[in-house]
Design a binder for this molecule. Structure first.
Ligand SMILES: Cc1cc2nc3c(=O)[nH]c(=O)nc-3n(C[C@H](O)[C@H](O)[C@H](O)COP(=O)(O)OP(=O)(O)OC[C@H]3O[C@@H](n4cnc5c(N)ncnc54)[C@H](O)[C@@H]3O)c2cc1C
Length: 518
């Protein structure tokens, strides 16, 4: 790593930080500030202006900062704000015996970002899923992937790397079944190394004089054209404060997407919807899962018919199904608290594996439908996930507590309610889903096991997409960058990191008054 500095202001942090660049203004002053920028500028005359403020200490934000730190030649002030806790002290009860509804969800918020408790399966093809080919040209793709890998190697040196391989007999079978396979290499960091990686990266950035404010929420931001600065309102320990920054990077994750995009629209940016995917997470026994795992750490199969697409997503070997909460509504997710590299790290082994099966029908799968379904299930289950045996789903009968306790595949999630996934939750899903499973089962027997468990709802790409240029800078809003999942452009650590690098590189080139060097 380049050890050149973004120096000079570490000493400033030995003084009370608030007296330096965080002005302690109350809410009234914030309102005034937005309307009287000149008076705000006056008030801030003695304040140190921050060069770059990043909202969110997940992969998107951290890689943006890393890029700036490594590239910029002169002394600058960099600030990262996250409403969650630092990675070292994040704890989530949902992983042990159920969600306790923390005000700031520790599963998805805080240093390291949303996937801190995952096993870190990192997809090393940033064109896979999402829309990054519209932003990042092929000649830059390789260099960006190389840099992300290099950072991982520096801060989490122990990992597995696997190229996918589909044996010829399976390849023939899939062809016959009209199933398509998307190959991409995967780096597998492992749960414990992931927390270590995030801590190490943050410590490194702190040593390079990047200031981190955890437990601090950004409430609002507004551009002051006369001073060419972003005026940012933050809340920490119940106190409203205002900071000013030349550049602002929003890396707010899925969880912050609606807040971020609503604000961007309000101040003149443009937003559009994504193509949402909806479906279930399926839990299967490990003898079936092993056949998939041999193909890839994250096997991706899909099938398309008359414009409707169905696919597998996010394979968790020896995994646990998790209740994720976005806007206090339930969603099924998964992770693997299991590390393949080194047995001594294994905290617990789960006997089953899981992954999502999601369909996209543009006429049905919309953000509005996704929210409607999440609200319905929330009402029925009291905020938990709905679970149904596959055999019961096929027969269209509910799963009861008794059936669930007699099931050969034991549920790995605690926050569940057995019941029935009704067809009107997902119109058209039944037909394509069963057909997909039949096709898969004829090549990988076990996919149609009636004891497989379906967890509902599983939804992806519900985030709204910010209109940005090819530097991830928001159209119409100068020096504001939208990166990572919260921008609606990515889903996954490597993609989020890639957009962080793109934005970081552009900011660095502006700060140093030079051209694009990526
Ligand atoms: C259970 C689980 C398992 C996963 N497993 C994998 C995996 O194996 N591989 C993979 O590639 N991806 C995985 N993911 C997805 C991955 O974690 C995300 O794609 C990635 O973290 C996105 O990075 P990001 O920086 O865009 O956002 P995030 O990581 O979501 O970080 C956003 C941060 O912004 C903060 N924030 C939001 N709003 C505000 C605000 N107003 N003020 C201050 N702070 C704010 C949040 O607290 C959060 O820490 C998983 C996700 C989950 C939930």
């Amino acid at each position: 790593m380049n050890k050149r500095r973004v120096c000079g202001w570490l000493s400033l942090f030995q003084m009370p930080p608030q007296s330096l660049y965080i002005a302690k203004y109350n809410l009234l002053l914030w309102v005034l500030a937005l309307h009287i920028p000149a008076s705000l500028r006056e008030m801030n005359k003695q304040q140190d202006i921050i060069d770059v403020t990043v909202i969110g200490a997940g992969p998107g934000g951290l890689f943006a900062v890393m890029e700036i730190v490594e590239k910029v030649e002169k002394d600058i002030k960099l600030l990262v704000i996250d409403k969650g806790k630092p990675p070292s002290i994040r704890k989530c009860n949902a992983l042990i015996d159920g969600c306790v509804g923390c005000k700031i969800c520790e599963l998805i918020s805080g240093g390291g970002g949303a996937g801190l408790f995952s096993d870190g399966k990192l997809v090393f093809d940033i064109y896979s899923g999402g829309h990054l080919e519209e932003i990042i040209p092929p000649n830059k793709k390789k260099e960006i992937e190389r840099r992300i890998k290099e950072t991982i190697e520096t801060f989490a040196p122990k990992y597995l790397y696997k190229n996918p391989s589909l044996p010829e007999n399976l390849s023939n079978c899939f062809r016959k079944q009209h199933l398509k396979f998307k190959p991409y290499p995967v780096i597998h960091i492992g749960s414990n190394s992931l927390r270590f990686f995030s801590q190490q990266l943050i410590s490194y950035l702190q040593k390079r004089n990047v200031k981190f404010l955890f437990n601090t929420e950004v409430k609002e931001f507004q551009y002051d054209a006369s001073s060419s600065k972003w005026i940012i309102k933050i809340v920490s320990k119940g106190k409203n404060q205002i900071i000013e920054s030349k550049y602002l990077v929003g890396s707010v994750g899925k969880e912050g997407n609606f807040w971020f995009t609503t604000l961007i629209e309000k101040i003149g940016g443009n937003i559009e919807d994504n193509n949402t995917y909806m479906g279930v997470r399926i839990e299967i026994n490990n003898s079936t899962a092993e056949k998939l795992y041999k193909i890839s750490f994250d096997p991706k199969f899909y099938f398309e018919n008359s414009g409707i697409k169905i696919k597998t997503h996010c394979f968790c070997r020896h995994g646990q199904i998790l209740l994720l909460k976005y806007f206090d509504l339930p969603l099924a997710g998964g992770h693997t608290p299991y590390l393949e590299i080194d047995e001594q790290y294994v905290p617990e082994k789960f006997p089953n594996s899981n992954f999502a099966i999601l369909y996209r029908d543009k006429t049905i799968c919309t953000k509005e439908k996704a929210l409607e379904v999440m609200r319905k299930i929330n009402k029925i289950t009291g905020g938990k996930l709905l679970v149904q045996r596959l055999g019961d789903y096929i027969k269209n009968v509910p799963t009861t507590h008794k059936k669930l306790s007699n099931n050969t595949i034991k549920h790995s999630a605690s926050d569940i309610v057995p019941g029935q996934i009704l067809d009107d939750y997902l119109p058209g899903f039944r037909e394509i889903f069963i057909s997909f499973l039949e096709r898969m089962d004829s090549c990988i027997p076990g996919m149609l096991n009636p004891d497989n468990l379906l967890y509902f709802p599983a939804i992806e790409w519900w985030m709204r997409k910010v209109k940005v240029n090819n530097k991830m800078e928001v159209i119409n809003l100068p020096n504001l960058y939208a990166v990572g999942d919260g921008s609606g452009w990515t889903q996954g650590v490597v993609q989020a990191a890639a957009t962080g690098i793109i934005a970081g590189n552009d900011i660095a080139s502006k700060l140093d008054n030079r051209g694009d060097v990526l």
